[in-house]
Write a protein that binds this ligand. Sequence first.
Ligand code: PMP
Length: 301
Amino acid sequence: MAQLQRPPFVYMNGQIAAWDDATIHISAEAVIRGISVFEGIKGYWSHDGRQFALLAIQDHYLRLVRSALLQQLPFSMTLENFTEACFSLVRKLLQNGHDMWLRPTLLSVRGNWGADTETDLAITAYQQEMKRPEPIEVGVSTWRRPVDTALPARIKSAANYQIGRFARIEGRRQGFSDMLLLNAWGRVAEATGSCVLMVRDGSISTPPPYEGCLESITVNIVEALCRELGLPFERRPIDRTELMTADEIALAGTLMELGVVRRLESRTLPIETPILARVRSEFWACLRGLRTSPAVVLTPV
Ligand code: PMP
């Protein structure tokens, strides 16, 4: 898992710092109340190894700005400075033959109960294998995605991942590598770090954000690719029983890309995923620069 790596450098306080120097005071609200918002950004090598580029950096920046606004965290960095901060860390850590995953985190470092809040943008980055995700086995958690008026799924905040952590611990005991979360009404919300896509009768659907999922950048990309490929795609509430009888299921997210679900609880799904396979191979070809699409925006470092 990416988080277990210990890269030599991070970005913090506006500059590159050594991993061991990247510390925060125990009284900070980021620590005592878990007040931080973050992004996960993927960087890809092109197929010929000539170019390394970050995927959808502007979309990630805009979502971070919105998360900060909702979490009441001051964040005034421009897109240009944000991009340069990410690039500066990538340049220090980049290795041939490895993609990267960056985690920019906006931390509340001073202030109390939202008064006099001061923030810092810290970025960590980890090496990633250059391979497509393996099919996964998922369960359905007894934990629920909270409603928008309790812990909004729209904010990519550290606190939101408390539920995902509960679910993963529950899932690990049952032998699942990831878990699906239902919403307060028992419909499909999302997985712990990705959104859910389902194919039924040749049509792809995914729950809209008001069902309790993050506004996923990957889902937006998949939707645009489906449109290009002429595949029907809709956003609508999904009952658990629809998912249980789906023809194909995938999880979509920055780290997951488009990961095929091989087993959902006790049901093994067909190995062939004719609809999802088309989107996956198109997505992969675009990520590696073998094809171009306006849906897949790569910014070279
Ligand atoms: N839901 C959750 C809870 C996530 O952590 C992620 C990953 N950021 C996603 C969905 C997928 O979002 P994206 O496609 O923007 O990575």
